[in-house]
Design a protein around this ligand. Structure first.
Ligand code: ZN
Length: 299
């Protein structure tokens, strides 16, 4: 079974072979139907009259100065879509208040638009944080329609590619119960699965075991891949797993995780209904991991 998680859309055509085709890209930009989505400091815009519709700027408003920052995202129904990362809104006459985080817009947006704007946001973030070459420190410049940067120092010339940081996220269960934990930064009732970044030199399965041991002190076996989710907030790829606990005593680390407990399916149903328990937001893979586990039934 193929799983569709939010912020991904396998049917959106990234048309990656066109990224080096300057003539084709210029022709797309000249078309009035082309959609150019402004991105400002990780935030995107929707139409003031309709929060489900991503806002666009006409290509006539793309100046030479901003054109070099344009990112080609892909094409749908013969209409090209671009992102336009902006640092300064004044020249385009836009207000900061008009820009919102994609995650806040997600309940209104279509799945396609949520995926495209998240993709735009992620690439804009990468450009914003990789303006200089990590080898020699000279400025770098975008190429391939925003999918690569090259160092401008002729003696270096290093190519830099967009980064995504892998993180594992795991539904830990012992058969009839699953483990849900609260991060120190969350509201009192919110609980979720266990997540953490994969370290260099580490297998995903080992990262799963390490994070669970670190955060809640539980040993696990049967680490199984579930699905993945792009999470460009700002630059992660979530890799979802399930794992079976071989120990059940919980010891929270007290820093990242401040509370954790085992929940049966019935307890989750009762406590979410009463407001005692808040599950992860609908757009997260964590939500998917928990709801899939509930629906699967006791194994
Ligand atoms: Zn360099």
């Amino acid at each position: 079974m193929e799983i569709d998680n939010h912020y991904a859309d396998r049917d959106f055509d990234r048309a990656d072979t066109r990224r080096r085709d300057a003539e084709w890209l210029a022709a797309r930009l000249a078309e009035p139907a082309t959609r150019i989505h402004p991105v400002w400091r990780g935030r995107c815009m929707v139409e003031a009259s309709d929060a489900s519709l991503p806002a666009t700027v006409p290509s006539t408003r793309v100046t030479d100065e901003t054109a070099e920052h344009l990112i080609f995202l892909g094409i749908e129904d013969d209409v090209a879509r671009f992102a336009l990362p902006l640092e300064d809104l004044a020249p385009l006459g836009m207000a900061e208040e008009a820009f919102q985080d994609v995650r806040d817009l997600a309940p209104e947006l279509s799945r396609r638009d949520g995926a495209v704007l998240a993709y735009a946001r992620g690439l804009a973030h990468w450009h914003r944080t990789h303006r200089f070459c990590g080898i020699c420190g000279a400025p770098s410049r975008a190429e391939r329609a925003g999918h690569m940067r090259r160092c401008t120092n002729a003696d270096c010339g290093r190519m830099h590619f967009p980064r995504t940081d892998p993180a594992v996220i795991t539904l830990v269960h012992d058969g009839p119960r699953c483990l849900l934990a609260r991060r120190s930064t969350w509201g009192f009732n919110r609980r979720s699965t266990i997540a953490g970044f994969v370290e260099i030199g580490e297998m995903l399965e080992d990262a799963v075991r390490r994070e669970i041991m670190e955060e809640v002190g539980v040993e696990v076996t049967d680490v199984s891949y579930h699905s993945s989710q792009p999470w460009p907030f700002p630059c992660s790829l979530m890799l979802g797993f399930t794992a079976r606990a071989t120990t059940t005593e919980i010891t929270v680390d007290g820093e990242e995780i401040v509370a954790a407990a085992w929940y049966t399916r019935e307890e989750i149903a009762e406590q979410t209904a009463s407001g005692e328990l808040t599950l992860p937001p609908f757009d997260s893979i964590s939500h998917r991991l928990v709801t899939d586990w509930i629906e699967k039934g006791v194994d």
